[in-house]
Design a protein. Structure first.
Length: 132
């Protein structure tokens, strides 16, 4: 099909350029698959990272599989809680409002492939790392 109107050609060309720019921007923003989303807390591969304040601020606590018992309740240090977390363990992790992993309080399970949570819906006081 041939366009005979210059105005229509200009509109189609501008639309095509805009769509190309949007696609290029989306690909550049995605970055490498292993990278943390922009403005999110850094957490190395194979670790669970928990921050005391929302938006990945404050003191960070990190845990690795090598030093953590699988399917055991791990309480954060006395008097601390986490408000943001990243799970890069490769395994599901359940966080608990209760320091004893009691299911009477709030709890949530996050997949292990790379989960960034800038604001937990509750203060995390303990967690469990599960088998795959």
């Amino acid at each position: 099909m041939r366009m005979t109107h210059t105005k229509n050609k200009t509109i189609l060309t501008a639309t095509g350029l805009a769509l190309t720019a949007i696609a290029a921007t989306a690909l550049a923003a995605a970055g490498p698959a292993d990278a943390a989303p922009r403005n999110f807390g850094p957490c190395e591969s194979g670790r669970l990272c928990l921050w005391e304040k929302e938006e990945f601020k404050g003191k960070r606590h990190t845990y690795e599989l090598a030093g953590t018992d699988i399917e055991s309740c791990i309480a954060l240090p006395d008097g601390t809680a986490a408000a943001a977390l990243v799970n890069r363990t490769g395994r599901p992790v359940t966080t608990y409002q209760s320091a004893t992993c009691a299911e009477t309080g709030e709890f949530e399970t996050y997949p292990g492939g790379g989960t960034w949570v800038p604001r937990s819906p509750y203060q995390v006081r303990a967690f469990k790392i599960w088998e795959n």
